[in-house]
Design a protein around this ligand. Structure first.
Ligand code: UDP
Ligand code: MG
Length: 312
């Protein structure tokens, strides 16, 4: 029997891109000896995304979709798509054609012939992106790889093909604040990396603001490293040592030379400095606590308003 690839496509306000993606995909993959199943996930779009999906499904029953009750984010959309998928392999793709479907034969070959569990992609250029964003992205990868035991690959995209076994492992991680770049790497398995140049979006606009990316990077750090929690202890010990030396110094200074009352500015500076460090450390604790709080509620990763094509 012919094997099936499930194509998981998160869509958020992508009414123009959906038909373009669908036709480009079929054109580029025409020669492959596999069957396809599409799982489009409408992530709470407010435009005609759901209607576009319904039109596609009316033409092609291989097109299936899940429509969320609101915007849950791409991470939740990928989870929902993978959960609904039934194929032997799963490939995750953006609908804006920034993930070239022409790579699929190579990906499939990596899994079938070369024995990998996953063929992932990373872009080697950040052309077409604001300079300041590239700078912060590079800093983020340097930082997180230094403090996390899980390798987070710079420039890695979510565009990857995985075996059913690996997908099931990913689905077994139920955390609500999902940082896929970390999760893909955390579950292990043998991954082959393909590299390609950045490609511009075919239609619509990027959904990532600088602020959203910053919050996402904090999710990544909190999710895959507990090192920041140790900062308070290290800084605390350091300042105790400094304080101890200073106490001895002033004690003997006063005994030997007497005490002409001075040092008021220094006192203020020290109080401010210590206060700042304390608040900073409490802030870090707060970040972990808030994540823990949200995880303990065990809320679902997504809520579907409509599903079409399940069990077909
Ligand atoms: N996306 C989504 N939910 C969101 C934001 C984005 O499902 O809240 C989808 C979006 O429709 C696209 C993919 O995730 O298919 C990547 O988004 P985008 O192109 O905006 O990100 P970029 O390629 O700029 O990193
Ligand atoms: Mg994109």
């Amino acid at each position: 029997m012919m094997e099936t690839i499930s194509v998981v496509v998160p869509c958020f306000n992508e009414q123009e891109a959906i038909p373009l993606f669908y036709s480009a995909f079929l054109k580029e993959t025409a020669g492959m000896d596999v069957a396809f199943e599409f799982w489009f996930v409408d992530d709470g779009s407010t435009d005609g995304t759901l209607e576009a999906l319904k039109r596609l499904r009316a033409e092609d029953p291989r097109v299936k979709y899940i429509s969320f009750s609101r915007n849950f984010g791409k991470e939740s959309a990928m989870y929902a798509g993978m959960e609904a998928s039934t194929g032997n392999y799963v490939v995750i793709m953006d609908v804006d054609l920034q993930d070239p479907p022409a790579l699929l034969p190579k990906m499939l070959q990596g899994i079938r012939q070369e024995g990998y569990d996953c063929v992932a992609t990373r872009r080697v250029t950040r052309a077409g992106e604001p300079k300041i964003r590239s700078f912060f992205a590079r800093m983020f990868y340097r930082l997180i790889n230094r403090i996390s035991k899980t390798e987070i690959v710079d420039g890695a995209r979510d565009f990857r093909m995985m075996t059913r076994q690996m997908v099931d492992s990913i689905l077994s991680l139920h955390e609500v604040s999902r940082f896929s770049k970390g999760i893909f790497s955390w579950v292990g398995y043998r991954t082959k990396w393909l590299e390609y140049e950045n490609i511009a979006r075919v239609a619509g606009e990027t959904k990532w603001s600088f602020w959203k990316l910053l919050l996402y990077s904090i999710d990544g750090i909190i999710g895959f490293s507990t090192l920041p929690l140790a900062i308070a202890s290290v800084v605390g010990v350091l300042f105790c040592l400094i304080a101890f030396v200073l106490i001895l110094f002033f004690f003997f200074k006063t005994i030997i030379w007497g005490d002409p009352v001075a040092g008021f500015p220094a006192t203020i500076c020290i109080i401010l400095l210590l206060g700042g460090i304390q608040l900073f450390c409490i802030g870090i604790l707060g970040q972990y606590l808030s994540k823990t709080y949200l995880e303990t509620k065990r809320r679902p990763i997504y809520i579907a308003r409509e599903i079409a094509g399940k069990g077909e």
